[in-house]
Design a protein around this ligand. Structure first.
Ligand SMILES: [Zn+2]
Length: 115
């Protein structure tokens, strides 16, 4: 059994938690323009790596908050925790950069259509 450290409640038994699968999956911004294949990939396709992997967990029988766990899928060794509201976490900084890049790309295509 894993000993999982909730960022708010401290270390607790794995039985108190629910794994929500792979973390850092960003919802596409413009869902109307997605093909069925792209929408299906967003909804269902997940990585299943052998090694270090980032997952989201819910403290179901505790504070009922979501957080992220970096875990090695081979050794079950937990390497770190992150909260979703931590704006300076590496994942959140990366997500903001991706969002900004997508928005600037969309603005670029909109600008070329207007000409
Ligand atoms: Zn908790």
């Amino acid at each position: 059994m894993l000993l999982i450290e909730c960022p708010w409640c401290g270390p607790r038994a794995e039985l108190e938690f629910t794994c929500g699968g792979e973390a850092d999956i960003a919802r596409p911004l413009d869902t109307d323009k997605l093909s069925d294949r792209e929408w299906g990939e967003y909804l269902f396709m997940r990585d299943n790596p052998r090694g270090v992997h980032k997952e989201q967990w819910l403290h179901t029988q505790g504070c009922r908050r979501w957080f992220k766990v970096t875990r090695d899928t081979v050794s079950y060794d937990i390497q770190g925790y992150e909260t979703f509201g931590d704006a300076n976490s590496p994942a959140n900084v990366q997500a903001k950069a991706q969002q900004a890049a997508q928005q600037s790309a969309q603005q670029g295509t909109q600008g070329s259509k207007q000409r």
